[in-house]
Design a protein around this ligand. Structure first.
Ligand SMILES: O=P(O)(O)OC[C@H]1O[C@H](OP(=O)(O)OP(=O)(O)O)[C@H](O)[C@@H]1O
Ligand SMILES: Nc1nc2[nH]cnc2c(=O)[nH]1
Ligand SMILES: [Mg+2]
Length: 159
């Protein structure tokens, strides 16, 4: 999935990501989980933040690699887990088309599946999310960005 065909961007800073994960944790505070299964790689950092807020110590991963082979969006499950997700919290950063969610849901049908952000097409596949983002909007995560120099306005206008 390349971002160039998206017209809008939703840029998430580390500070916003942290605040959004904490807000999602407030919505899960009544629940009791055996552990967290993070969907790599995007689910890893949200899972670590949730583990800290909800004091969850048992953390596993489902390792998935998606590839666009001639636009046939394929998925390679590189590592699964030995249970059906009953009592576990399943975490990803976002759901877009739902392709990843559909594959993981088959493996962990009984898990409580949450993402921080959800596009409309993927929304029905997760149990809980914090913020809906337009389908054509590319979510830019802090781990894909860096702080950059911006030249003074006067110099920009001189060019
Ligand atoms: O609903 P979908 O259309 O499947 O898109 C959502 C998935 O895409 C991103 O992962 P990506 O496949 O980019 O891999 P990564 O998490 O390892 O970066 C994101 O972390 C979700 O897992
Ligand atoms: N970073 C990022 N990865 C994605 N994978 C599928 N949709 C998205 C998105 O909006 N942002
Ligand atoms: Mg991912």
């Amino acid at each position: 999935m390349s971002s160039d065909r998206y017209h809008q961007h939703f840029t998430v800073s580390w500070d916003q990501l942290h605040r959004d994960v904490r807000a999602l944790c407030h919505q899960m505070i009544e629940r009791d989980f055996k552990g967290i299964v993070a969907i790599t790689r995007g689910g890893l950092i949200p899972a670590a933040l949730i583990a800290r807020e909800l004091d969850i110590r048992l953390i596993d991963t489902v390792c998935i690699k998606s590839y666009d082979h001639m636009d046939q969006g394929g998925l390679d499950i590189m590592k699964g887990v030995e249970h059906d997700g009953d009592g576990w919290l399943l975490v990803d950063d976002l759901v877009d088309t739902g392709k990843t969610a559909r594959a993981v849901r088959k493996m962990l049908p009984k898990a409580h599946f949450v993402t921080i952000y959800a596009k409309p097409d993927g929304r029905p596949l997760v149990d809980q999310y914090l913020t809906e983002v337009a389908q054509q909007c590319w979510i830019q995560f802090p781990w894909d960005m860096g702080v950059a120099y911006v030249e003074p306005l006067v110099d920009q206008l001189k060019r």
